[in-house]
Design a binder for this molecule. Structure first.
Ligand SMILES: CC(C)(COP(=O)(O)OP(=O)(O)OC[C@H]1O[C@@H](n2cnc3c(N)ncnc32)[C@H](O)[C@@H]1OP(=O)(O)O)[C@@H](O)C(=O)NCCC(=O)NCCS
Length: 152
Protein backbone atom coordinates (compact mmCIF):
# COMPACT_ATOMS: atom_id res chain seq x y z
CA UNK A 1 0.00 0.00 0.00
CA UNK A 2 1.14 3.53 -0.79
CA UNK A 3 0.24 6.32 1.62
CA UNK A 4 1.44 9.75 2.65
CA UNK A 5 4.16 9.65 5.30
CA UNK A 6 3.29 10.33 8.92
CA UNK A 7 5.40 11.70 11.73
CA UNK A 8 6.05 8.23 13.16
CA UNK A 9 7.65 7.20 9.84
CA UNK A 10 10.49 9.73 10.04
CA UNK A 11 12.99 7.51 11.83
CA UNK A 12 12.42 4.69 9.33
CA UNK A 13 12.74 7.08 6.37
CA UNK A 14 15.96 8.43 7.86
CA UNK A 15 17.29 4.86 8.06
CA UNK A 16 16.24 4.11 4.47
CA UNK A 17 18.15 7.13 3.17
CA UNK A 18 21.33 6.54 5.14
CA UNK A 19 24.14 5.22 3.03
CA UNK A 20 24.48 1.50 3.09
CA UNK A 21 26.55 -0.76 0.86
CA UNK A 22 23.52 -1.48 -1.29
CA UNK A 23 22.81 2.09 -2.39
CA UNK A 24 25.89 4.01 -1.41
CA UNK A 25 25.92 7.28 -3.32
CA UNK A 26 22.62 6.65 -5.12
CA UNK A 27 20.50 8.60 -2.64
CA UNK A 28 21.39 11.61 -0.54
CA UNK A 29 21.05 11.08 3.19
CA UNK A 30 18.77 13.63 4.89
CA UNK A 31 19.02 15.06 8.38
CA UNK A 32 16.13 14.61 10.81
CA UNK A 33 15.58 18.35 10.60
CA UNK A 34 15.17 18.17 6.80
CA UNK A 35 12.86 15.18 7.11
CA UNK A 36 10.60 16.79 9.68
CA UNK A 37 10.30 20.01 7.68
CA UNK A 38 9.71 18.14 4.39
CA UNK A 39 7.56 15.34 5.80
CA UNK A 40 4.57 16.43 3.70
CA UNK A 41 6.66 15.77 0.54
CA UNK A 42 6.92 12.06 1.31
CA UNK A 43 5.00 8.99 0.28
CA UNK A 44 5.83 5.60 1.79
CA UNK A 45 5.01 2.08 0.77
CA UNK A 46 4.13 -0.39 3.52
CA UNK A 47 4.05 -4.19 3.52
CA UNK A 48 1.15 -6.36 4.70
CA UNK A 49 2.31 -5.94 8.33
CA UNK A 50 2.31 -2.15 8.01
CA UNK A 51 6.13 -1.94 7.93
CA UNK A 52 7.53 0.90 5.79
CA UNK A 53 9.63 -0.69 3.01
CA UNK A 54 10.19 2.28 0.72
CA UNK A 55 9.85 6.02 0.36
CA UNK A 56 9.85 8.79 -2.22
CA UNK A 57 9.38 12.56 -2.05
CA UNK A 58 8.04 15.27 -4.34
CA UNK A 59 9.83 18.53 -3.66
CA UNK A 60 8.38 21.71 -5.16
CA UNK A 61 11.17 23.76 -6.73
CA UNK A 62 9.46 26.61 -8.52
CA UNK A 63 6.44 27.53 -10.55
CA UNK A 64 5.69 24.46 -12.68
CA UNK A 65 8.76 22.48 -11.54
CA UNK A 66 9.05 19.76 -8.90
CA UNK A 67 11.69 17.17 -8.10
CA UNK A 68 11.32 13.51 -7.29
CA UNK A 69 13.94 12.65 -4.69
CA UNK A 70 14.76 10.29 -1.83
CA UNK A 71 13.48 7.22 -3.68
CA UNK A 72 14.43 3.94 -2.02
CA UNK A 73 12.89 0.48 -1.85
CA UNK A 74 14.53 -1.93 0.58
CA UNK A 75 16.47 -4.69 -1.13
CA UNK A 76 14.09 -7.59 -0.41
CA UNK A 77 11.08 -5.71 -1.84
CA UNK A 78 12.67 -4.55 -5.10
CA UNK A 79 11.28 -5.69 -8.44
CA UNK A 80 7.66 -5.65 -7.24
CA UNK A 81 6.70 -2.34 -8.96
CA UNK A 82 6.79 -0.50 -5.63
CA UNK A 83 9.30 2.04 -6.92
CA UNK A 84 7.11 2.64 -9.97
CA UNK A 85 4.03 3.13 -7.78
CA UNK A 86 5.78 5.60 -5.49
CA UNK A 87 6.95 7.66 -8.47
CA UNK A 88 3.44 7.53 -9.96
CA UNK A 89 1.99 8.76 -6.64
CA UNK A 90 4.38 11.72 -6.77
CA UNK A 91 3.47 12.47 -10.40
CA UNK A 92 -0.21 12.33 -9.55
CA UNK A 93 0.33 14.74 -6.67
CA UNK A 94 2.22 17.11 -8.99
CA UNK A 95 -0.79 17.22 -11.33
CA UNK A 96 -3.12 17.80 -8.37
CA UNK A 97 -0.94 20.76 -7.38
CA UNK A 98 -0.97 22.12 -10.94
CA UNK A 99 2.70 21.31 -11.61
CA UNK A 100 3.31 19.77 -15.01
CA UNK A 101 7.08 19.32 -15.15
CA UNK A 102 8.85 16.90 -12.82
CA UNK A 103 12.51 15.94 -12.86
CA UNK A 104 14.90 13.78 -10.93
CA UNK A 105 18.69 13.77 -10.68
CA UNK A 106 19.76 10.16 -10.83
CA UNK A 107 22.23 7.49 -11.83
CA UNK A 108 19.31 5.07 -12.24
CA UNK A 109 18.49 6.18 -15.77
CA UNK A 110 17.24 2.72 -16.81
CA UNK A 111 14.56 2.71 -14.11
CA UNK A 112 13.32 6.18 -15.05
CA UNK A 113 13.36 5.39 -18.79
CA UNK A 114 10.99 2.50 -17.97
CA UNK A 115 8.69 5.13 -16.42
CA UNK A 116 8.88 7.28 -19.61
CA UNK A 117 11.17 9.98 -18.21
CA UNK A 118 13.47 11.58 -20.81
CA UNK A 119 17.03 12.71 -20.26
CA UNK A 120 17.47 16.49 -20.38
CA UNK A 121 20.37 18.91 -20.06
CA UNK A 122 20.61 20.00 -16.39
CA UNK A 123 21.26 23.59 -17.46
CA UNK A 124 17.81 23.74 -19.06
CA UNK A 125 16.21 23.40 -15.59
CA UNK A 126 15.76 26.13 -12.99
CA UNK A 127 19.05 27.15 -11.35
CA UNK A 128 17.53 26.41 -7.94
CA UNK A 129 18.12 22.72 -8.63
CA UNK A 130 21.84 23.31 -8.09
CA UNK A 131 21.40 24.24 -4.41
CA UNK A 132 21.59 20.60 -3.36
CA UNK A 133 24.46 20.04 -5.79
CA UNK A 134 26.47 22.86 -4.21
CA UNK A 135 26.17 21.14 -0.83
CA UNK A 136 27.00 17.68 -2.15
CA UNK A 137 30.52 16.32 -1.57
CA UNK A 138 30.46 14.74 -5.05
CA UNK A 139 29.93 18.08 -6.84
CA UNK A 140 31.25 18.82 -9.42
CA UNK A 141 33.92 16.30 -10.41
CA UNK A 142 32.56 13.09 -8.87
CA UNK A 143 28.90 13.38 -9.79
CA UNK A 144 27.45 10.84 -12.22
CA UNK A 145 23.83 11.97 -11.97
CA UNK A 146 21.82 13.10 -14.97
CA UNK A 147 18.52 14.97 -15.15
CA UNK A 148 15.53 12.85 -16.19
CA UNK A 149 12.36 14.79 -16.92
CA UNK A 150 8.66 14.01 -17.21
CA UNK A 151 6.30 16.50 -18.81
CA UNK A 152 2.81 15.77 -17.54
C1 LIG B 1 15.62 2.17 -8.20
C2 LIG B 1 14.60 1.48 -7.28
C3 LIG B 1 13.87 2.53 -6.48
C4 LIG B 1 13.63 0.69 -8.16
O1 LIG B 1 12.57 0.22 -7.35
P1 LIG B 1 11.81 -1.16 -7.66
O2 LIG B 1 10.60 -1.23 -6.83
O3 LIG B 1 12.76 -2.29 -7.57
O4 LIG B 1 11.43 -0.96 -9.21
P2 LIG B 1 10.07 -1.44 -9.91
O5 LIG B 1 9.82 -2.87 -9.57
O6 LIG B 1 8.98 -0.49 -9.60
O7 LIG B 1 10.46 -1.32 -11.44
C5 LIG B 1 9.68 -0.55 -12.37
C6 LIG B 1 10.23 -0.78 -13.74
O8 LIG B 1 11.60 -0.34 -13.83
C7 LIG B 1 12.45 -1.42 -14.20
N1 LIG B 1 13.68 -1.27 -13.41
C8 LIG B 1 13.78 -1.34 -12.07
N2 LIG B 1 15.06 -1.07 -11.70
C9 LIG B 1 15.74 -0.83 -12.83
C10 LIG B 1 17.09 -0.49 -13.12
N3 LIG B 1 18.00 -0.32 -12.13
N4 LIG B 1 17.45 -0.33 -14.40
C11 LIG B 1 16.54 -0.47 -15.42
N5 LIG B 1 15.24 -0.78 -15.20
C12 LIG B 1 14.86 -0.96 -13.92
C13 LIG B 1 11.69 -2.68 -13.87
O9 LIG B 1 12.06 -3.76 -14.70
C14 LIG B 1 10.24 -2.25 -14.11
O10 LIG B 1 9.95 -2.27 -15.50
P3 LIG B 1 8.44 -2.55 -16.04
O11 LIG B 1 7.48 -1.84 -15.11
O12 LIG B 1 8.45 -2.01 -17.42
O13 LIG B 1 8.31 -4.03 -15.93
C15 LIG B 1 15.29 0.47 -6.31
O14 LIG B 1 16.09 -0.40 -7.07
C16 LIG B 1 16.18 1.14 -5.26
O15 LIG B 1 15.71 1.47 -4.19
N6 LIG B 1 17.49 1.30 -5.56
C17 LIG B 1 18.44 1.88 -4.63
C18 LIG B 1 18.22 3.36 -4.41
C19 LIG B 1 18.16 4.13 -5.71
O16 LIG B 1 18.94 3.89 -6.64
N7 LIG B 1 17.23 5.09 -5.77
C20 LIG B 1 17.01 5.92 -6.92
C21 LIG B 1 17.71 7.18 -6.74
S1 LIG B 1 17.10 8.40 -7.86
Amino acid sequence: MIRKARIEDVKVIHGLLMHTDEHDGLVLPRSFSQLYSHLRDFFVTVDEDGKVVGCCALNIIWENLAEIRSLVIIQEHRGKKLGRRLVEACLSEAVTLGIYKVYTLTEQTGFFVHLDFKQEDMDSLNQKIFIDCMNCPRFPDHCNEVAMVMNL
